[in-house]
Design a protein around this ligand. Structure first.
Ligand SMILES: [Zn+2]
Length: 57
């Protein structure tokens, strides 16, 4: 779990550095955060089914 979060954090920082204008996405179901310009994939939500992304400012 901690390793998984660390990987996500590193990927998020890399995405931010690369894109510059990335939005912060938050899944309302599982709480996962992703930094990406466009909406992340909906599949693979830890809470079951699909992610429910909202832009988190
Ligand atoms: Zn989710």
């Amino acid at each position: 779990m901690i390793l998984c979060l660390t990987v996500l954090l590193v990927l998020g920082i890399a995405a931010l550095a690369e894109a510059g204008m990335a939005k912060h996405w938050l899944c309302r179901k599982c709480g996962q955060r992703v930094s990406k310009e466009s909406m992340p994939s909906l599949s693979g939500c830890k809470a079951g089914g699909t992610h429910s992304w909202v832009v988190d400012y």
